[in-house]
Ligand binder design. Structure first.
Ligand code: ISL
Ligand code: CA
Length: 554
């Protein structure tokens, strides 16, 4: 396994709109991030992944870009950006930009040109097709409800948008478009950014435009939209034209990437991407109807996802370890316990993230155990995915109370409420009306109060990240799930020539006596202050207890 800086890094994701508002307009911004760089640095993280900050009409909070070379007005100026980058580098950290090039905004100059006429030179930057039988070209559905085709009267054709109709898909078949993408990547790399997280990169190569035969949308994603015939040609070309010239870190986001095809994206011999985000464990509580059709988490399946990927990538590629981001629930509400065992379970999840093999990603706010939110009115929600699905349920006459319940469970705005900095007005996020309401629990859960509590989740993140750094074996050591069939315990082993580690996580609110041979092991860190309670081959685990044990190899 080759050693690389990005394999040893811990990444922290900032969602700028909700991070910190510096100028009192209710919207997080770049100067606001600069104000908080010392907070981020204090965690011990190495890399900041910034969700999109490019110019955008914000139909999908910046994932709809109208100019790849400038900064969104609400977030600041290019000078602010340069200052941010400098501030990050001065603190010895690196910056990962979000690269959103499956689609642009419909307000991008390319699209404005493209829709003018069929013979416009930019026409083929997007995907235009004739309708069929008085309707769209095929039955493809958008990720965000409704047809993936939008009719344009002016030229009597439809354009493809896998996301909202303000996010037309770019046509990667067109070499001129691909060169535009490489050019903008170089622009940011030459500025000094350290790499990219690539939005829905798995769907840039389209298949033939036949109807999807699947009734389950997840199947359509996996077999119709994702991993198209030229995906690997494009990524190899991108590597040769751009990435190989820089020491850049890349992580591709990929709905539809699975165990079988994932390795092709990240095998070192393929020269495409460093890492991918797969969704095995993230769609685990989505039913057939997607995220607004929630189902309980299968814990055994959850563990299997990590083990399977580790086995698959071993010696060939590298994994990313994440439990949440801006598209999913808060991790403590989803995989932990946000009631009685909030503190313990948030720490347990941190210990899990930091002791696996792969590069860990921390989503902003998780370092203080921010929780899901349950707004009582649909009007308090902002996410276009929620809004479109709501309109669809309404049009179909479905139960709207049920819809709101599902949003409480699985809606993306759970992860998008403002960061809770203090118990002051609006959690110290803004002096004005915030663009989305705060979670009302900010007086109890906030950075400032946790700063002062030795036992806080925040201080645990700092300690745990330090433990990872102090035990570099944890970067590359082998991984084995010791008890895949346990319904409550996640116990795994990591080992190399110098040390063996045992990680034991009680994912339950029960006290459990657990059979495990830990003779000769010392406790490195845990979320209870007690020593290791080990006797006769059994370890006693308190509710949501997490321990990392270590033994030097003789
Ligand atoms: O969350 C999903 C849909 O419910 C996933 O299927 C999918 O990974 C996601 O929609 C893709 O996410 C990325 O691209 C979107 C953007 O809205 C998300 O915020 C971004 O992370 C379109 O750019
Ligand atoms: Ca602002």
């Amino acid at each position: 396994m080759t050693e690389k800086w990005w394999k040893e890094a811990v990444v922290y994701q900032v969602y700028p709109r909700s991070f910190n508002d510096s100028n009192g307009d209710g919207i997080g911004d770049i100067p606001g991030i600069i104000e908080k760089l010392d907070h981020i640095k204090s965690l011990g993280v190495d890399v900041i992944w910034l969700s999109p900050v490019y110019k955008s009409p914000n139909d999908d909070n910046g994932y709809d870009i109208s100019d790849y070379y400038s900064i969104m007005d609400e977030f600041g100026t290019m000078q602010d950006f340069d200052e941010l980058l400098q501030g990050i580098h001065d603190r010895g950290m690196k910056l990962l930009m979000d690269l959103v090039v499956n689609h642009s905004s419909d307000e991008h100059a390319w699209f404005q040109q493209s829709k003018l006429s069929k013979d416009n030179p930019k026409r083929d930057y997007y995907i235009w097709k004739k309708g069929k039988n008085g309707g769209p070209p095929n039955n493809w559905q958008s990720f965000f409800s409704g047809s993936a085709w939008q009719y344009d009267e002016h030229t009597d054709e439809y354009y493809l948008h896998l996301f909202t109709k303000k996010q037309p898909d770019l046509n990667w078949e067109n070499p001129a478009l691909r060169q535009e993408v490489y050019k903008l990547m170089k622009f940011w790399l030459d500025k000094g950014v350290d790499g990219f997280r690539m939005d829905v990169i798995s769907v840039i190569s389209k298949r033939n435009y036949e109807d999807s035969p699947y009734s389950d949308f997840n199947d359509t994603i996996a077999h119709v939209y994702a991993n198209g015939p030229k995906i690997h040609d494009y990524l190899k070309e991108m590597y040769q034209e751009v990435l190989c010239k820089y020491d850049a870190m890349t992580v591709g986001e990929g709905p539809g990437i699975d165990l079988e095809n994932g390795i092709k994206y990240v095998a070192e011999s393929e020269k495409e991407l460093n890492m991918i985000f797969h969704f095995g464990h993230m769609f685990i509580d989505h039913g057939k109807g997607g995220r607004f059709d929630p189902k309980p988490i299968d814990f055994i399946e959850f563990k299997k996802v990590f083990a399977d990927w580790d086995t698959k990538l071993k010696d060939q590629g590298w994994g990313s370890i994440f439990l949440g981001n801006h598209d999913f629930q808060r991790i403590v509400s989803r995989f932990g316990n946000d009631g009685e065992y909030w503190n313990k379970s948030a720490k347990l999840l941190c210990l899990l993230l930091m002791s696996m093999r792969g590069t860990p990603y921390v989503y902003n706010g998780d370092e203080i155990g921010m929780t899901n939110v349950a707004f009582g009115r649909i009007d308090d929600y902002r996410d276009v995915e929620i809004m479109n699905a709501y309109q669809e349920w309404k049009a179909e006459g479905k139960d709207l109370d049920k819809f709101l319940e599902n949003v409480h469970i699985n809606g993306r705005d759970n992860a998008r409420t403002p960061i809770q900095w203090s118990d002051q007005k609006n959690g110290g996020f803004t002096s004005a009306e915030p663009w989305i309401k705060l979670n009302p629990n900010y007086p109890q859960i906030n950075v400032l109060s946790q700063e002062h509590e030795a036992d806080s989740i925040l201080n645990f993140y700092r300690r745990m990240i330090q433990v990872r750094k102090d035990n570099p074996s944890l970067f590359y050591a082998d991984f084995e799930d010791l008890d895949p069939s346990s319904e409550q315990i996640y116990s795994f082993k990591r080992w190399d020539e110098s040390s063996i580690y045992l990680v034991v996580l009680n994912f339950s609110s029960d006290k459990i006596i657990y059979n495990l041979d830990c003779a000769g092991y010392d406790k490195v860190i845990g979320n209870y202050d007690t020593g290791l309670s080990y006797q006769n081959g059994q370890i006693t685990l308190e509710p949501w207890e997490a321990v990392l044990l270590k033994k030097e190899q003789a």
